[in-house]
Design a protein around this ligand. Structure first.
Ligand SMILES: C[S@@+](CC[C@H](N)C(=O)[O-])C[C@H]1O[C@@H](n2cnc3c(N)ncnc32)[C@H](O)[C@@H]1O
Length: 335
């Protein structure tokens, strides 16, 4: 399993592997992507935490709710959609440093096992769980979601927030989730997909998509329909599919946290001026050898990622919050 690396070395390896990725055969992509993702999160997790807190996902926004409150609303919606309650055990696929897992365990009373390929994030997440005193309800497991280390029919419910988009093979990822879920168990996925407005024949759309993919380590975005089809293909019944980001108020779209509209002190690090300051202060700190080598490069890459996401959001060609709620049938036909 992948070890952690310092920011500069991680970024260098990330870039080198990313540049080779498009020309690789599918099996090589499957083998390389977990390393790309690990290097990406080695490089950017401290910046994410600085700008986003402990939950690394978007959420539908309204003018009277902060990003953190909107994220908690979405996490509580997952609890409802899954029917999670005390006595149940849930799997969080691609759990980050555990912000969603901690909140979901707290409000539902269920136990949650979070799977993450990034050793760096797991180390950070375990410290947060200990601080919250939730060791009895939250567990981190370092594993690849393409090969889940759980017996068949292990979980009562499973969810994933903005993580399967990192997969070089979504069908394999959903197949593993299907296998690990009990018959009758529910799955909720919030994920990054291209909307029906995306036109692959439009060079501008393709360019924005390429920048979103490259700067976020999301190798090949699916359309919403491809996402639904691949979840159905592995055996799930689809209960609902919906672009949840559309529930944002028009004046606070999902990407407003990356623009100048989401004014609060804590949001500064995500906004253009804050990002500019972060990149420059980081460069100075790096020069003074206070920040680790590569930190300003990582900040720069995150600025590219944020700008591409805002552009994709304004064009309406992309959503980070495509919701699919699905169920594993009670009786599963043998293949
Ligand atoms: C954008 S973050 C979202 C994290 C978390 N769901 C949240 O909302 O805070 C994506 C997560 O997926 C994890 N991930 C990506 N590829 C993975 C893989 N192949 N196996 C397990 N975890 C993976 C990353 O390490 C990261 O923690």
């Amino acid at each position: 399993m992948e070890e952690t690396k310092e920011i500069g070395a991680a970024l260098e390896e990330f870039r080198e592997l990313q540049s080779r990725y498009p020309d690789q055969a599918q099996q090589d992509k499957v083998n390389t992507q977990p390393i790309i993702v690990s290097r990406f999160y080695d490089a950017v997790t401290s910046f994410y935490e600085f700008g986003w807190g402990t939950s690394f996902h978007f959420a539908p926004r309204s003018s009277n709710r902060s990003l953190a409150a909107s994220q908690r609303d979405q996490q509580e919606e997952i609890v409802k959609l899954l029917g999670l309650e005390a006595g149940m055990i849930a799997g969080d696929i691609g759990c980050g440093i555990g912000g969603p897992m901690l909140h979901i365990a707290k409000v539902s009373g269920a136990r949650v096992a979070g799977v993450n390929i990034s050793k760096h994030q797991i180390q950070r997440g375990r410290a947060l769980v200990e601080k919250a005193g939730l060791e009895q309800s939250c567990e981190f497991i370092q594993a690849n979601f393409l090969d889940l280390p759980f017996a068949d029919n292990h979980f009562d419910a499973m969810y994933s927030i903005e993580a399967v988009c990192h997969s070089p093979d979504r069908v394999q990822a959903f197949g593993e989730v299907f296998r690990a879920l009990k018959p009758g168990g529910k799955l909720v996925i919030f994920d990054w997909v291209l909307t029906e407005l995306y036109d692959d024949g439009d060079p501008w759309h393709r360019d924005v998509r390429g920048r979103v993919e490259f700067a976020n380590a999301t190798p090949s975005l699916f359309t919403a329909q491809e996402q639904i089809d691949s979840i159905r293909q592995v055996g799930f019944e689809i209960l609902c599919a919906d672009d949840h980001a559309r529930n944002s108020d028009p004046e606070t779209p999902w990407y407003c946290s990356l623009e100048s509209r989401d004014l609060s002190i804590s949001s500064l690090a995500r906004m253009p001026l804050g990002r500019f300051c972060t990149a420059n202060v980081t460069r100075l700190l790096e020069w003074l050898r206070i920040a680790p080598p590569g930190a300003s490069d990582a900040a720069k890459m995150l600025n590219i990622a944020a700008d591409a996401l805002v552009e994709a959001g304004r064009l309406g060609i992309f959503t980070p919050s495509f919701l699919v709620q699905a169920r594993k049938p009670e009786s599963v036909r043998e293949p």
